[in-house]
Every structure is written in C-alpha cells, then in structure tokens.
Design a protein around this ligand. Structure first.
Ligand SMILES: Cc1ncc(COP(=O)(O)O)c(C=O)c1O
Length: 363
C-alpha cells in the first residue's frame, strides 16, 4: 500500500493472551490500521501500535452515535497463508452503512489492503486451532468535537483485530430463542439495513431480558405487523419448511444484509434447493410446526457461521424443532462454509482472498 506509515509496537501483547481460553473479543493484537478524514478527504493510512485514543468529552459520536462497523474473520488456510472470506462484500456493506449515517465512504481497496497489511504484521496472532480465527473489526466514527445534532466534518476509519475461539466449544449446539413481540430492533425507513451502533443499543434490553429468562437470543419481529420475522440480534434467520429454504427479504427494510446469509442462499440454489427470500410470519411458522413440516431453523452470521435453533418460545408456547437436534442442512451448510473458509474444500465461487505470509513463502 502506497503512503502507508508503519509504527511498530515496542512491546508485544502476545504474552498477555490466553490461547487456551480466548472467548470472543477479549484480547487484541499488537497493531491497528488508521485513516483520518478531514477537509473533505481521507488522508494517508498508517499502522500504529494498538492502544488508547484521546477522546474529548464533546466528541460527537459519544452523543449522537455517528458510527458504523463491520465484522469478519481471518482464517489460517490448510493450503498455506491466511484466508479472508468475501472481504469486498464487507467493504461494500460498510459503505452502505456509511451513507445511512452521513459518514463519507472509503475506497474498497483501502479497506481490504489495510486489512492485508495488518495481517502481514500481526499474522502470528491468528490462533492455530481449527475453528478459531482472528476476528477483524473495521469501524468508522465522527471525530468532531461539538454539541448539536449535525454530521461531523472529521472522521476516523480503523481496523483492530482480536484472536477468538470457535463459537462452539463442543460442536454445533441448538439454542433456545425467544420470539419478542414487544421490543423492536429496527424499522423500515430507519437504520436496520446498516451496521450502526443504534441497532445494537436498541437490541440490548430485549436481549438482557431474554437471557434472564434462560434464552440464548431474541428473534425480532417486523414493527408494523408484529408477525413477519426480521432477524436474531446479530444473525439472520432461515427456515426449512417442506424442503423450501426460506429467509425474510432484504426489502423488508429492517434486516442487515448478512454475508453468511448471502452465501447460504447461494449454496442452497447451487444444490438445487427451492430457495425463497420472502416475508414469513410467526403464524406460518406456527402452522408448519403444527403440520410437522417445519424441518429446521438456524441463524447465520460470521461469529457462529450457522446456529441451529432447537426451540422457539412465542407467547409462552414452545415450538421444538427437530427434537432439539442439529438438522442435516444446518450441518451441511456449516461444513461447506467452514471447509471453504479454512481452505480444506475447493472454493468454486471465488469467495476466498488468500494472503501469502512472507515467512511461509521463504521457509
Ligand atoms: C444485526 C445482524 N444481522 C446479521 C448479521 C450477520 O451478518 P454476517 O453474515 O455478514 O456476519 C450480523 C453480523 O454481522 C448482525 O450484526
């Protein structure tokens, strides 16, 4: 990358990382990628040691939430080097989120090349265990200091990285989901299709209540009908009813366009399945359950890849799915996607961007 200024960390954070107990998002690697925006343009990129930033109390993002982010992973490939999965889709989605909250868009090449440079420096932080990975968190936010609701004139784009364990300690594990009629995450015409802090703030209360009641997550409903399903807090939702793969359409206006969602739909179509992006109501799910045609349900997202649902609870009534066991399609989607991500399966779709590691090449 041209004009990249690199300042190496004087002390590595590696010794502070417990690789036998990584969890998610608790440890951070040595460096971060930074680009600042001022006077109408993004400036020169740099890599700095990971560390605290000075924030003024009047920082506009603290008050008005002008901030967006992405979530993706880097995997050690069985074929050598490091794999990124569809990173240009994350770059595009980030720019769509940017437009939604008036943050200037950033060149897709800067987004992806910044990640490449960061991985070239910090690849040793990528866990070696299958299923573990380096989580990548690109984000951008207003850096102006003022009070009063208006878009900032200054911004910062950054990428930080975090070694993470597999979402599942002991394989795929079907979860209990609460169907929440009361709390709404996002509405059509709002920000649901953007990856911005407001949507996650809006989901916290419902999520906390559901956890207290013994559920793993909440299934949010569409605001007007309170019948059509939207998505789970940080995952899209899919159903298999009578051999049809069904997921709510992005046109519903309140759903994040998941990259895992898109990949599953692509695989389903490729495997000759009947695949439908259409609104699906709790009434239809209930009816399918009663008729015995609700075969599977699962969430899709970068963190878990596929998260099978063992039970929905709606108005106190329990809908148990597939005897709380992992369905064959959830398993097949999981095996195929993770196989491609870890370089164990062929990638006929061109989804993988491989980053060569100099030390491996010279070894
Ligand atoms: C609200 C929401 N929906 C869906 C997803 C799944 O998206 P992806 O498959 O790109 O991780 C995420 C995770 O990023 C999310 O935060």
């Amino acid at each position: 990358m041209e004009n990249l200024k690199i300042t190496k960390a004087e002390q590595s954070r590696m010794s502070g990382i417990d690789y036998s107990n990584l969890g998610f998002g608790r440890f951070f690697s040595d460096h971060m990628f930074v680009v600042d925006y001022a006077d109408g343009a993004w400036g020169d990129p740099r890599i700095d040691p990971y560390g605290a930033m000075d924030i003024e109390p009047a920082n506009c993002t603290l008050h008005y939430g002008q901030t967006i982010f992405e979530g993706m992973k880097a995997y050690r490939s069985a074929k050598g080097g490091v794999n990124l999965f569809r990173p240009y889709m994350n770059a595009k989605r980030m720019n769509n989120s940017a437009k939604a909250v008036c943050i200037p868009t950033i060149d897709e090449e800067i987004f992806v090349d910044g990640i490449r440079e960061l991985i070239a420096i910090d690849h040793e932080f990528i866990p070696k265990e299958r299923g573990h990975s380096l989580y990548l968190r690109p984000f951008a936010f207003g850096t102006g200091n003022f009070l009063g609701v208006q878009a900032s004139l200054k911004y910062r784009f950054m990428v930080i990285t975090s070694p993470v364990a597999s979402y599942y300690a002991e394989g795929l594990n079907p979860v209990r989901i609460k169907v929440d009629e009361e709390h709404i995450r996002a509405v059509r015409g709002g920000l649901g299709q953007a990856k911005t802090a407001a949507n996650y703030a809006a989901s916290l209360y419902a999520g906390m209540q559901a956890k207290k009641e013994g559920f793993a997550q909440v299934l949010f409903l569409e605001a007007v009908t309170r019948n059509f399903v939207d998505e789970i807090g940080a995952m899209n939702i899919m159903f298999i009813i009578d051999n049809e793969l069904i997921t709510p359409p992005l046109t519903q206006g309140s759903i994040l366009p998941g990259i895992t969602r898109d990949s599953v739909l692509h695989l389903g179509r490729d495997w000759g399945m009947k695949v439908s992006e259409r609104s699906i109501g709790i009434d239809e799910i209930h009816e399918a359950h009663r008729a015995g045609t609700l075969q599977e349900a699962f969430g899709t997202g970068t963190a878990a890849v596929i998260s099978p649902v063992g039970e929905f609870v709606y108005r106190g009534e329990s809908l148990v799915i597939n005897d709380r066991k992992i369905g064959p399609l959830a398993q097949k989607f999981y095996d195929t996607l993770t196989g491609i991500q870890y370089g164990e399966l062929e990638d006929p779709y061109g989804w993988i961007e491989n980053i060569k590691i100099e030390e491996e090449v010279n070894a």
